[in-house]
Design a binder for this molecule. Structure first.
Ligand SMILES: Nc1ncnc2c1ncn2[C@@H]1O[C@H](COP(=O)(O)OP(=O)(O)OP(=O)(O)O)[C@@H](O)[C@H]1O
Ligand SMILES: [Mg+2]
Length: 256
């Protein structure tokens, strides 16, 4: 479904992606783990075509995203949606306007027929309900908590119904209960849309819950990819650390 080959990206003298290779299979949820600053967000931006790599290729569903010109790119990335790390809500629009912005702009795929007001209302209600934000539909982004912003971004993604879903840190900064609700939404959205998802996270619990496979991004490359059970057995400092944090949790001493 997604094939990334020999991807290079540098900013000034900072080589971020250094010949990265990655395959994402149709219908899977691939989780990418990696330390802060390794280039996970940069990688997502190359996949969705917001930025062009210096070298290498990104192929999505047989289309070479990395070499398309603006107009073709726009068509090709219509099937993709992304939850940005910062949520990227439009500050001048309230929650419900943010939710349906793209739908109003682009109409129904593939023809672009405009949605009726009733259809838009149904989509608002459905997607804001899914993230527990229906009561906040008239609020402006500046009046939302960080977790609510994240959920509003997720509602917008769900309403858009793309087949390829990219999530940048969907659970970071959320309380454990909300984080688990988001995990469940990622899985249910994937199933409902028959989608393919890439989820960047630092949250190992989230990764274990949602992932079909987990990838480790380190030194500008994907250095391991494996199903969760196998991934946790890999002898690699970062993975050893993650395994230990999971074991620590299990070994909480009982209070007397
Ligand atoms: N537009 C840009 N211009 C210059 N440098 C950039 C740009 N975008 C990213 N970088 C640099 O690329 C590196 C990787 O950034 P990126 O945001 O992808 O990290 P990350 O793995 O997503 O980290 P985090 O887990 O903290 O979100 C950083 O050193 C960052 O400063
Ligand atoms: Mg990031």
């Amino acid at each position: 479904m997604i094939r990334i080959r020999n991807l290079w990206k540098r900013y000034g003298s900072n080589d971020v992606l250094k010949g990265l290779n990655l395959d994402v299979n149709e219908g899977e949820i691939l989780v990418i783990l990696g330390r802060s600053g390794v280039g996970k967000s940069v990688l997502l931006r190359q996949i969705i075509g917001i930025e062009k790599p210096d070298q290498g290729t990104v192929e999505v569903g047989g289309v070479m995203i990395s070499s398309l010109k603006k107009k073709e790119l726009f068509q090709a990335v219509k099937q993709m949606g992304m939850l940005f790390q910062s949520s990227a809500l439009f500050d001048s629009m309230n929650v419900e306007e943010n939710t349906i912005f793209y739908l109003k702009q682009h109409g129904k795929p593939p023809t672009g027929t405009p949605y009726s007001i009733q259809e838009l209302e149904a989509l608002i209600v459905k997607s804001l309900n899914m993230v527990g934000l229906l009561d906040a539909r008239k609020k402006m982004p500046s009046d939302l908590s960080g977790g609510m912003r994240k959920r509003a971004g997720l509602a917008r993604l769900i309403a858009y119904r793309p087949h390829i879903l990219l999530y940048d840190e969907p659970t970071t900064g959320l309380d454990p209960i909300t984080a688990q609700q988001i995990n469940e939404l990622i899985v249910s959205t994937q199933e409902e849309l028959n989608g393919t998802s890439i989820v960047v996270t630092h949250d190992i619990n989230s990764a274990l819950y949602i992932a079909d496979r987990i990838a480790l991004h380190r030194d500008g490359q994907i250095v391991h990819v494996a199903p969760p059970d196998e991934f946790l057995k890999i002898d690699e400092p970062i993975i050893n650390f993650l395994r230990e944090t999971l074991e620590l949790k299990k070994r909480k001493p009982k209070k007397k």
